[in-house]
Design a protein around this ligand. Structure first.
Ligand code: SAH
Length: 217
């Protein structure tokens, strides 16, 4: 990355994107403000500036994608992030979602299993002065050394809810996770009431890249 420039033109495109996402049904103003604050074009190659502000997912290399802004906003809204929340993100990818969470006042810990992406994103986030802590590892394990978390958000398609996530969640904590083995997944919000009880809510269908088991380079 040579230069990170956020011009009036970029800001204007971002405002339009925020309005589009609002019209699609996102109501939490804090989420919309975070969307307006994070320069999405920094996460993509400079030749894709126009595309950065369309409400679409986009390939970011290593066979992975930066999620669609609407999807990022939707998951963030479901997560009910509050200032000071300790959040685990599984699937760092470009780092965009992690920055949205930080803008909302969260302390973010993010795990990525793809080594090249991990390295690239860690460097980018540092350059952008975000404090997100990025880890290379298998997200199925959560991040035991930093548990417990107030919130966990999974940004890849999970075949099931991995057990460590509930174990690493504080009572009263929330997990937002797209679950499904096929082409589409149902967005689930799981609230941990106490060690023995959870509440599960289902939302719409989404399409994520699959969550993979072992580390890859
Ligand atoms: N949150 C990202 C979207 C990333 S796409 C963003 O805002 O750009 C999903 C990411 O999950 C990919 O980068 C993929 O490599 C990663 N991933 C897949 N399986 C994983 C696993 N088991 N542990 C951690 N990350 C995983």
């Amino acid at each position: 990355m040579t230069s990170l420039t956020d011009s009036y033109r970029h800001k204007g495109m971002r405002k339009k994107l925020v309005e589009e996402v609002r019209e699609k049904g996102i109501k939490d103003e804090r989420v919309l403000e975070a969307l307006e604050a994070v320069p999405r074009h920094f996460f993509m190659d400079s030749s894709f500036v126009e595309i950065a502000y369309q409400d679409k997912p986009f390939p970011i290399g290593s066979g992975q994608t930066i999620s669609q802004p609407y999807t990022v906003a939707y998951q963030t809204e479901l997560l009910r992030v509050e200032r000071g929340c300790k959040v685990l993100e599984v699937g760092t990818g470009s780092g965009y979602q992690a920055c949205i969470l930080e803008e909302m006042g969260a302390r973010v810990f993010s795990v990525e299993r793809h080594y090249n992406l991990y390295k690239k994103t860690k460097a980018l986030l540092a350059e952008m002065n975000y404090k997100v802590k990025v880890f290379y590892g298998d997200g199925y394990q959560g991040l035991p050394a930093f548990a417990p978390f107030d919130r966990i958000v999974v940004t890849a398609a999970a075949p099931y809810l991995p057990k460590p996530f509930l174990e690493q969640l504080k009572p009263g904590g929330i997990i937002v996770i797209p679950v499904g083995k096929g082409d589409t997944q149902v967005m689930k919000r799981i609230t941990k009431i106490d060690d023995a009880h959870t509440e599960e809510e289902h939302f719409g269908f989404f399409r994520f890249v699959p969550m993979l088991g072992s580390k890859a380079r």
